[in-house]
Design a protein around this ligand. Sequence first.
Ligand SMILES: C[S@@+](CC[C@H](N)C(=O)[O-])C[C@H]1O[C@@H](n2cnc3c(N)ncnc32)[C@H](O)[C@@H]1O
Ligand code: SF4
Ligand code: SF4
Length: 360
Amino acid sequence: MITRFLQSFVKKLKINRPHRKQSVFFPQELHIELTYSCNTECIMCNLRYLKTTRKELTLDQLKNVLAGSKALEAIGLVVLSGGEAMLRKDFIEIAMYLCEKFPAAKLLILTNFFDTKKILKIMNELKKNVDLSRFSLSSSLDGIGARHDRIRGRKGSFGAFEETLYALRQFFPKVCMSVNFTVTPENCSDIMPVWVYCKSKTLPVSYQVLVQKKETEMLVWSRAKLDVLKSQINELIEEIWESSGLKDPKELLSRQSLLHDLLTLYYIPIYIEHPGRYFSNCPCGHKFIMLDPYGTLYFCPVHKEKTAGNVLDDGLDKVWSGVKASEARAFFDKETCHCWLTCTNRQMLENSISGKFDEN
Ligand SMILES: C[S@@+](CC[C@H](N)C(=O)[O-])C[C@H]1O[C@@H](n2cnc3c(N)ncnc32)[C@H](O)[C@@H]1O
Ligand code: SF4
Ligand code: SF4
């Protein structure tokens, strides 16, 4: 019933293409990749191949770069990522500095929950110095048991994930946690098992689609894998619908958050079979300032080659509003690029379809 409703809803969808709401000068999120080093080797991740001989930004360099920036005045979220950001020896100092520099901002650490001891040690140190309720942790989780290990390229990864999760829950109950599942042909049969697992642990989970990288193993969607994917997604959509307690799918029209949750899932097989741009208004170019470990400013996790320059060489505000940044924005505004990633698909859905549907 619910899948049929989504099918007909999507057919009638009038995609809203409003002018960008975000201010170009004042981005809302600062994403810093602290390192491309990692302690695991996920089969779909190319970051380890992006390491260069350049030195990663030091804390002092970061301080210089961020000091006095006007562009950063509206930052409400600082995302610390990598690689595995917590492998940085100065991670604690960096996190503490960012808390002080952006007193009104939340901090989100993206991690793989692999090194339980290290993560606990870091969180313990942070707890002594900052208010941990400002922090959230999000881990990738790409399957249950051996499947997660296979995606990670490390035996014992799933066990380590669980150990970290339980310890964090026990010792740092204030810290919100969530997981992100990257859907590939190798783990699509675990979409539903991961949902069930996360539900049993009241752990929010989001799903995004693999971006095939040229440096990593080619992950091919066979007909059989596509069938598994579709059946898993349909089952999950039904499960979410059943547990919503709603009786008539039309009630979703006044429950937009749930509708968006269902649509992000509904579009996964559609996007995989027919990759393309389904929604307008990707926030990249405007909402996020992204820095790689060497100080290069970029805008989109898929098109990392669309850079605006290096903030060490030219200063953050100048790079953010420079010519190369305008050129990159012009590229994103053409809407020829596409992906189905957690960091952007939700906002595209919200901006593109709010209030724009025909109830009949
Ligand atoms: C690059 S990791 C960095 C943070 C941390 N190491 C982790 O694993 O969560 C951030 C997210 O990107 C996802 N990811 C890695 N390679 C990807 C790819 N080729 N396509 C889509 N997502 C990918 C990971 O699964 C993870 O959810
Ligand atoms: S844990 Fe994160 S950074 Fe490390 S290889 Fe996997 S996806 Fe890449
Ligand atoms: S739609 Fe995807 S590829 Fe295009 S700018 Fe947004 S995040 Fe990047």
